[in-house]
Design a binder for this molecule. Sequence first.
Ligand code: HEC
Ligand code: HEC
Length: 292
Amino acid sequence: MPKQRRKRSVSAEAWIPPLTAVFCLLAIAAIAVSGQKRPGATASKTSAAGLLEAKRTFDTACASCHGLDAHGGERGPDLVSRPEIVRKTDAELLKVLTDGRTAAGMPSFASYAPARLSALVGYLRSLQGRTKVLALPGDPTRGKVLFFGKAKCAECHMISGQGGFFGRDLTSYAERMSADDIRAVIVNPNRDLDPRHGLVTVILADSTTLSGMARNEDNFSLQLQTPDGVFHLLNKSDIKDLSYTGWSPMPSDYGVILSPGELNDLVSYLLDTSRPGKGRKAHSNREDRDEE
Ligand code: HEC
Ligand code: HEC
């Protein structure tokens, strides 16, 4: 009896620092989830006790390589903000933990119980989610309405399989960007623009003029995409004049048309759709797996 008591009090003490840390984390995750009106994030599926246990496992089994905060150490990569890891599905992360990448220095944790491994994934998700969620400067739902409505972004850009394809697909564009960087690109698309990514005007031998984006160019041919999305494969020998305007085809007056609040909502939508597990639903999971 006395022996048992002593043991309990010792371990209770040892639990205090991790408990505090995990409760902070949970509070943040809870705020994040409720603020986003997006229940069902992986982190919320792992119970408080599970996360606490997972943090302890991480500290003892993973931190020596990945760092105590999981932001990377000398022997292992950053697990919190590296996009290719953040974008992996839970199942893919589980597989990495089970199989390991022994040749690359990542051991296999196949000896752990499945529940322990899932809790570890939940813990990683909670760390990943925290960084992204707190960065949202506005309301992603209103941003989505703007994107597909008044701001007309969807005329040129696609998100989750919806929209145009003259501009690039923005589904996971914001993954590695800050809110300020995204806002700057939207408000001033011509700043720092590489001329090759600007509008190209081509006059053909028969005097037809085409304007669009150069998607591919070599010594003999130019592949030009016009704003209607159509690709034109042109022979250089048929081209009388070719000029890079240095202007982005994107409207440059969003800073005037949209209020600062609306811009924040748009930026939030782009950030939100780039979060792990978001936006990918329209694509098959195979696409993600193929990246390996
Ligand atoms: C001995 C050092 C070491 C330990 C211990 C370790 N890892 Fe790793 N881990 C690595 C290295 C190195 C890589 C990079 C492997 C690669 O380049 O493919 C990695 C990669 C990963 C990846 C990403 C794989 C990918 O898809 O890119 C995850 C997730 C991961 N580790 C989680 C964990 C977790 C969770 C633990 C603890 C249970 C752990 N690691 C323990 C060294 C370690
Ligand atoms: C008339 C077509 C058009 C419209 C409308 C448009 N864009 Fe673009 N946008 C482009 C093109 C073309 C580029 C150049 C790079 C490319 O091909 O994706 C671009 C670039 C971007 C980039 C930078 C991509 C990169 O590679 O760095 C972002 C972010 C972006 N647009 C967001 C938006 C948002 C948000 C809206 C709505 C507020 C919008 N765009 C409206 C055509 C458009």
